[in-house]
Design a protein. Structure first.
Length: 463
């Protein structure tokens, strides 16, 4: 029996059914109607610098390969043999001339063509004997995405021929993406992925993760209280990031507004015009100075270009790419859905290509202590998602909606077209708009409808 999805998400009342986080049928609708259509983050250009380089990534539930061919072109290919579906590449990353399927030996070039070789040892083994020469190799290359975009080194792709241009899909949220992709001093595209990608699984739906970063400032004081209370923040005791000094607390409380793109579904825990200051590190005054200098340069550049000076997040690009971009840490977290109740998290760490060596080294340690499965704050969040899931899917528990009513009717106009901002530092406006966008995708609405500004009523704002 078809599920009435719109009955499960009541944005105006601020209630959402637990079913959307646990139901198999809804999960399949998400994979078909959302992840097979939306623009998704694949990886960073710096992960595949040389011809033949590849990085194994995912798009929703599908494994893909990000490759660079001999001409330097970037490709995104389904990592599944066209013969019986075997993964043609089982490594995380590397360099190769071609991908040879381990099952029966079909071989593909790094741009996805099913290759032919004169001796018939590679390409399609026994091509003439086994297929009588009748197999049309040109029709059996690896499945390619519809479009790929390299935005300042960040690679995105979509499976959908009808998807809008990447710039239109992102809209005014590009300010946040720019802050992620540019250097701390505002130099465009001057960043690189740093070290490996941390990967781990949580027993929770992928939307818990996306929602956490797109606007949930509410959880921090409770969930991460131990980090604050013990003064063991990875930046050192009494840093402004996690310290308990009056100065540190005042700085954090000064962060007031979050931003919601009510048509496009993206959200951020800060404003486009709020000039956050980089944190101070009591134990490392020289680094405090270094980062503050770079940030001052960026603000100067942005102002000279007539651009906003905020937009650093934490933030989530709809649907599943979350990130922090101020630099402490500056990381990307993608929530790959595995099943309704299982998600694989991938964390990339981003650093300026020309970062001062001591800053780079310090950041490496900081990233590991802060984020990822061994990081202080990530562990806190993971426990919440796992236990919330376990306690939500029982026969009785699943009858009761979650409450998303915080800040209903209590937003204000944002400085960017198509946004509202929270009045208070905490709101669930971002989550409500995220789920409204989610619902429209899950229902399979057309791109014309999904991108039509008139199709969504702007949330009520305070006078
Ligand atoms: Fe790949 Fe058969 S599954 S060659
Ligand atoms: Fe958190």
């Amino acid at each position: 029996e078809p599920l009435e999805l719109s009955a499960l998400v009541d944005v105006d009342a601020g209630t959402i059914s637990r079913e959307i986080f646990i139901n198999e049928q809804i999960f399949r609708a998400e994979m078909d109607n959302l992840f097979a259509r939306a623009w998704l983050f694949i990886g960073h250009e710096s992960q595949i610098p040389e011809p033949g380089d590849y990085f194994a990534s995912r798009m929703g539930s599908d494994p893909v390969l990000l490759t660079r061919d001999s001409e330097g072109e970037i490709h995104v290919l389904l990592n599944s043999c066209r013969h019986r579906g075997m993964k043609v590449c089982r490594y995380d990353s590397g360099n190769t001339l071609q991908f040879t399927c381990p099952y029966h030996g079909w071989s593909y070039s790094v741009d996805g063509e099913l290759v032919s070789t004169p001796g018939e040892l590679f390409g399609v083994p026994q091509f003439h004997n086994a297929y009588g020469g009748k197999l049309r190799r040109e029709n059996w290359g690896l499945v390619r995405v519809s479009r790929t975009v390299n935005y300042k080194g960040l690679i995105f792709a979509t499976w959908d021929d009808d998807a809008p241009a990447f710039e239109d899909y992102v809209g005014g949220f590009m300010l946040w993406i720019d802050n992620l992709a540019d250097t701390l001093a505002g130099v465009p595209a001057g960043t690189e992925a740093f070290g490996g990608v941390l990967k781990w699984r949580v027993k929770a739906n992928w939307k818990f993760v996306a929602e956490n970063f797109l606007g949930d400032m509410y959880h921090a004081a409770t969930t991460h209280a131990s980090v604050e209370a013990a003064g063991i923040g990875p930046a050192g005791a009494n840093s402004s990031r996690h310290g308990t000094s009056p100065e540190a607390l005042a700085k954090r409380r000064a962060i007031q507004h979050s931003t919601s793109f009510y048509l496009l579904g993206h959200g951020a825990t800060d404003s486009a015009i709020e000039q956050r200051v980089p944190p101070t590190f009591a134990d490392h005054p020289e680094l405090t100075e270094y980062f503050a200098d770079l940030f001052a340069k960026k603000v100067e550049i942005r102002k000279a270009n007539g651009q906003h000076v905020g937009g650093h997040g934490p933030a989530t690009l709809f649907p599943s790419m979350s990130f922090h971009s101020l630099g402490f840490p500056r990381t990307i977290l993608v929530a790959h859905p595995i099943s309704p109740n299982e998600t694989e998290l991938w964390r990339w760490f981003i650093v300026d290509k020309d970062a001062r060596p001591d800053a780079r080294d310090w950041l490496r340690g900081y990233y590991m202590r802060y984020s990822g499965p061994a990081g202080l704050t990530e562990q806190d969040d993971m426990e919440n998602w796992d236990y919330a899931t376990d306690a939500s899917r029982g026969a009785v528990a699943r009858r009761y909606d979650y409450n998303y009513a915080q800040g209903l009717g209590h937003s204000q106009d944002g400085p960017i077209e198509g946004t509202v901002e929270s009045v208070h530092w905490s709101t669930e406006e971002n989550a409500r708009n995220f789920y409204r966008r989610w619902l429209r995708f899950a229902e399979g609405q057309s791109w014309a409808s999904l991108m039509d500004p008139c199709s969504v009523k702007k949330p009520d704002v305070v006078a």
